[in-house]
Design a protein around this ligand. Structure first.
Ligand code: GRG
Length: 292
């Protein structure tokens, strides 16, 4: 399998540079500004940015068209992690090998840093200096906001937390994970079709991204069970401690691995007739084989 780490680093740097420039223009000496920067630039893998990049490669979409969108996605992702770590949610003290944002800055600052990052995402896309057409901007804002709300990340998080220690079935778990983790990845892949004006491919790309998200979440659950806390930058075996519902627990490891294989085949099938899919397929393999 080709090592995408180097490629990923290049894209991560471009997106981070874009975000740093953007935030520098809003520079302030408040602790809230510091917490926003802390939560955003804390060494995440930036796999979602890489997904946007890989999907855009299929249609030769230019970097200046998709880097701001990847930046907006990272803002929403960091927002979700800051809020996920709060005592009212997962109550985690560490993230990416560092203190979680509320541990470093206090709870109200972390909540507001999360809120600021959510709105920053839409500020970036709607910025008049971002030169894609207004029609595409509106479509992208609609798709991104839909996947962040109660039918997407927030809804998935709600089910994840409310179903703790409850008896659930496979569909409940997949539905929850598709929203919590899959929706944003669905957007990452779908956005390439929107940018390339490939209306007929938007739904297929979105569903490909959601499948990639489910694969990502299943790997996350395996890493929680068997991974290395130092490499992950957070404690392991937390799903059992917190009574979380995972497919590994429900189906067993063998069936879960069969489901992963099935998802892989479906993703390959979705991309079969398209050119330049190498990067996205390599990204899928990375999602499955990653160690953090
Ligand atoms: C963001 C709309 C919105 C609401 C907040 C708290 C919350 C509701 C949602 C939490 C969603 C969540 C934490 C999903 C888990 C997804 C996941 C596996 C995250 C880890 O992603 P990585 O490994 O993280 O890509 P890095 O640190 O590499 O960026």
């Amino acid at each position: 399998m080709p090592d995408i780490q180097q490629d990923l680093k290049v894209i991560a740097e471009k997106v981070n540079t874009y975000l740093k420039c953007y935030l520098q223009k809003q520079s302030s000496d408040s602790k809230l500004y510091e917490a926003v920067n802390y939560g955003l630039f804390s060494g995440g893998k930036m796999i979602r940015s890489y997904l946007v990049h890989s999907a855009c490669k299929i249609f030769d979409v230019q970097e200046k068209e998709y880097i701001p969108i990847a930046a907006a996605v990272e803002c929403i992702h960091s927002y979700s992690l800051i809020h996920d770590d709060l005592p009212a949610m997962d109550n985690d003290d560490f993230r990416r090998g560092k203190k979680s944002t509320h541990k470093a800055y206090g709870e109200f600052t972390a909540i507001l840093a999360g809120n600021s990052l959510l709105t920053l995402a839409f500020e970036i896309i709607s910025n008049p200096n971002f030169y894609i057409s207004n029609e595409k901007k509106i479509k992208i804002i609609h798709a991104l906001s839909s996947c962040a709300g109660h039918l997407g990340i927030a809804g998935g998080q709600f089910y994840d937390l409310s179903l703790k220690n409850e008896k659930v079935n496979k569909d409940n778990i997949i539905g929850m994970q598709n929203k919590k983790t899959g929706a944003l990845m669905g957007f990452c892949v779908e956005t390439s079709a929107i940018l390339a004006d490939k209306k007929d491919l938007e739904e297929k790309f979105k569903s490909t991204g959601v499948k990639l998200g489910l694969l990502f979440q299943i790997t996350d659950d395996f890493l929680d069970k068997y991974g290395n806390a130092d490499i992950l930058g957070k404690p392991v075996q937390q799903d059992v401690v917190k009574g979380k519902n995972t497919l590994i627990d429900y189906l067993g490891e063998e069936e879960t691995k069969k489901l992963m294989k099935k998802l892989q085949i479906e993703i390959e099938q979705n991309l079969k007739s398209l050119p330049k899919t190498n990067s996205l397929l390599n990204c899928m393999n990375f999602i499955i084989d990653r160690k953090n």
